[in-house]
Design a protein around this ligand. Structure first.
Ligand code: KIV
Length: 264
């Protein structure tokens, strides 16, 4: 079992080794991923892949806490980050109270907050009060309704410069790492070079300090849609359907349970 990462070891990784991050929402998968992942993110993406909703906006803080507890139970030796859900960080007082609740009720090592310069003061309030914060800039899934869709960032000069400013402001506010999502590879590389903290990319090219993927995407369980940046390392949905079809046939034909599955 690899040694549990800390904020210090993750920051020391910058420029030396790539950071591997994956989402998980329950103890079973967290335990399976813990052998390989440096960081497990309890992403609010669970509202889509786990709860079947169209976006992340309706997940509640209590639901995030429940799933983070489960992940911490399954992967006690892995660095766990809990996503602060939409609406839980509207003011700095509310953000601190909610982040304290996450720290007190779960074993999470850090929280993640979406937003750039506009959240820097709020992030500073948390880091000043002993909450470890991972930033999240670029494409912000919690802004999907206000922005009218998921839009790749960095294709025009304004958004390119804005995102670099966002990264610097978040570093200045005391965040220990940043996720940069849905940006051109050039911008992913520029963001990575412009700060001294680790930058973990998702759909941000290969020149970031690490990568994160949503587990149900990378293991092929989410069938409806495959974003361009996702590589499927398993055809999970296909394998599960085949296995359950096989079970159905064996139950119906009486092949299962066999002698070895039956008490004497
Ligand atoms: O919610 C999530 O899974 C995330 C990742 C996409 C980084 O924020």
């Amino acid at each position: 079992m690899p040694k549990k990462e800390t904020i210090t070891s993750l920051q020391q990784a910058k420029g030396k080794r790539k950071i591997v991050m994956i989402t998980a929402y329950d103890a079973l998968f967290a335990s399976l991923f813990s052998e390989s992942a440096d960081i497990i993110l309890v992403g609010d993406s669970l509202n889509m892949s786990f709860n079947g909703k169209a976006d992340t906006l309706s997940v509640t803080l209590d639901q995030m806490i429940y799933h983070t507890q489960a992940v911490c139970n399954g992967a006690p030796n892995t660095f766990v980050v809990c996503d602060m859900p939409f609406g839980s960080t509207n003011t700095k007082e509310e953000a601190l109270a909610n982040a304290v609740k996450v720290f007190q009720q779960t074993g999470a090592d850090a929280v993640k907050i979406e937003g750039g310069c506009n959240r820097a003061e709020l992030i500073k309030h948390l880091t000043d009060n002993a909450i470890a914060v991972m930033g999240h800039i670029g494409l912000l899934p919690q802004s999907v309704r206000s922005e009218g869709g998921y839009k790749v960032k960095g294709r025009d000069e304004n958004s390119f410069e804005q995102i670099i400013e966002d990264a610097k402001a978040i570093e200045e506010a005391g965040a220990f790492a940043i996720v940069v999502e849905g940006v051109t590879p050039n911008l992913g590389a520029m963001v990575t070079q412009s700060v001294n903290i680790p930058v973990i990319g998702i759909g941000a090219g290969k020149l970031t300090d690490g990568q994160v993927l949503v587990w149900s995407d990378m293991l092929g369980f989410f069938e409806e849609f495959k974003p361009k940046f996702v590589k499927r390392y398993l055809e999970g949905a296909k394998l599960v359907k085949e296995a359950v079809k096989n079970y159905k046939q064996e139950v119906e034909s009486g092949v299962f349970p066999a002698q070895e599955h039956t008490y004497k």
